[in-house]
Design a protein around this ligand. Sequence first.
Ligand code: GUN
Length: 297
Amino acid sequence: MSAIIIDGKKIASEVKGELEGRIGKLREKNIFPYLVAILVGENPASVQYVNMKAKACTKIGIKSRVISFPEKLGEGELLELIEELNADKLVHGILVQLPLPNQIDQLKINLAVDVSKDVDGFHPENLGRLLLGKPNFIPATPLGILELLSRSGNSPVGKHTIVLGRGDLVGRPFSVLVSLKDKRANSTVTLCHSATRNLNHFTKQADILICAMGKARMITGDMIMPGAVIIDAGTSAVNDPSTEKGIRIVGDVDFDSVSEVAGFITPVPGGVGPMTIAMLLSNTVKAAEQINGICND
Ligand code: GUN
């Protein structure tokens, strides 16, 4: 093991510590940041993520509420609830946990959330702003990865960043974010995906490798450049009879072999996950500030 472990929990704590000051200032003005999370169905991972998000809110003084619905919820009912939350002056952030069941059109839902309360950054206007280099709300996981890189001393500026996976939530938005002409980004970017031929040829050229394919332990030590920075955004459940639940969450990276070759590596759990939550809190505080005419950027 030669790689330095990037401690996502510690960096997320730093971010949350910085938010507490901003929350305190809002409270002095009688503004109480408030996030509402909507959960449809009982997907165990989604239930766990939403509960973790709500708990993290409470811990730093953000009010939160989880509204849960059964799997068979109609699209119309969800749209009605979003309309109510859009109109509620006390609500600053609205989050609809993904994935949604098949009868609900995700794009319609993303479009329905008021852009000023879109703390997930999934509204097409917020994604379009990102593409134009004028972002407001940036999706939490890509934003968290950028924060992890800069706060661990691994600035992507001028580096070759290779992103594995073109999913809507992580890979594609991160590839855009890290390519922006910005002092924290400015990277040369290659986006690899399921149709990429000879993946090894690319992964070996990465100064920074972002793994977001959702394929358990697919990236092995022989696929990377010595000294590379490896960010693992994968979360796959694998069987592990030694645990109480019989499963374990692993990343896209085979940690044991990759950590022998890499310069820096994020663990799973404890790497990207805590940063996703920290950046959701950050977006919620930002929404509360912006809605009340306070600019903090
Ligand atoms: N499902 C997986 N990641 C996310 C996320 O960042 N936000 C929401 N709303 N759902 C998700």
